[in-house]
Design a protein around this ligand. Structure first.
Ligand code: ATP
Length: 320
């Protein structure tokens, strides 16, 4: 029987993590289970930086971005010796199960602990939507709202100045944030790890939009880590009828009050995590598939291919 659950947030933060911590805390307490918040991800496990959570510890957190527990990366956590120290700290504090909110790296840590006898459940917390085993991650919807708001504003000024705005969004090798932003904002072009990148092709397309279609402006949404967007903007100015401007949205995408969709998702997932631990299940991650909250073994999820977005890319092309 599980008596005390630990909860931690790990990797990059995302809006909605607090809603997940809150859900884990309240659902557990309402089932007579104690909850211990662990600070700064696996770093807090190693340092024994724990804090008992009460109903009121998580009051007023639902609408706040970031994570009230703090997050960090601890590369040494891959080492067995460090994991053993963490297990000893957990046992000493009477924590017999753990909810880990983070990305796929954090999931691997959760799996390692489960194999060593501490049941862990992973919740997908990242704006990148790059975790297999779920249609959406906690924070993606909020980041999408931020991107859409920013691109809408850029469009206003771009059309006044015959500009091509090249907007770099996050995604960590996953094109979802760029693709969803591009469709939601009616962008002229989207460049992601899935579309591939050919600079000459991009310039030719923009020349066509400027000269043949006589567009007043163009918006290009591009995923991070693909190319230097400032250099691309310069080439756009030199080689097309548009004046090219690059905007890197950066960490602004990680912040902000979570949208109701993210609050709902985090609350539902937090509840599921506690239910699984109460059933004595560990080594699983929670997802949302076709709007149903689901769970599957972490190693199975990590071995799955990411969502296929072919139909959405086709939709983007058909909306141009
Ligand atoms: P994000 O998507 O925001 O990058 P993430 O959870 O994937 O989130 P990582 O930096 O990959 O971020 O992992 C977070 C932490 O999880 C690491 O700092 C480390 O402590 C732990 N971790 C990562 N990979 C492993 C692994 N293979 N085994 C054990 N622990 C791991």
């Amino acid at each position: 029987m599980v008596r005390k659950i630990g909860v931690l947030t790990s990797g990059g933060d995302s809006p909605g993590m607090n809603a997940a911590i809150r859900a884990v805390t309240r659902v557990a307490l309402n089932n007579g289970i104690e909850v211990c918040g662990i600070h700064d991800g696996y770093r807090g496990l190693l340092d024994g930086s724990f804090e008992m959570l009460t109903r009121t510890s998580v009051s007023d957190s639902l609408s706040r971005g970031g994570t009230l527990l703090g997050s960090a990366r601890l590369p040494e956590f891959r080492e067995e010796e460090i994991q053993n120290k963490c297990i000893a700290n957990l046992k000493q504090s009477g924590i017999d199960a753990l909810v880990v909110i983070g990305g796929d790296g954090s999931y691997r840590g959760a799996l390692a602990l489960t194999k060593k006898g501490i049941n862990c459940i992973g919740l997908p917390g990242t704006i990148d939507n790059d975790i297999p085993g779920t249609d959406f991650t906690i924070g993606f919807d909020t980041a999408l709202h931020t991107c859409v708001e920013c691109v809408d504003k850029l469009r206003d000024t771009s059309s006044s100045h015959h500009r091509c705005s090249i907007v770099e969004v996050m995604g960590n090798h996953c094109g979802d944030l760029a693709l969803y932003t591009a469709i939601s904002c009616g962008a002229e072009m989207v460049i992601t790890p899935e579309t591939g990148y050919d600079e000459l092709e991009v310039l030719e397309k923009l020349r066509y939009l400027a000269d043949a279609v006589r567009k007043k402006h163009a918006i290009v949404i591009i995923s991070e880590k693909i190319t230097d967007v400032d250099a691309l903007a310069k080439k756009v100015s030199q080689n097309t009828g548009f004046s090219g401007r690059a905007t890197v949205l950066g960490h602004i995408q990680r912040g902000g009050s979570p949208t109701p969709t993210d609050r709902m998702l985090a609350s539902r997932m937090g509840e599921k995590a506690v239910d699984l631990l109460m059933e004595g299940i560990g080594g699983q991650c929670v997802g949302i598939i076709d709007n149903e909250i689901t769970s599957m073994p972490i190693d199975e999820a990590l071995g799955r291919p990411r969502q296929n977005r072919k139909r959405l890319y086709r939709l983007f092309d058909r909306l141009i």
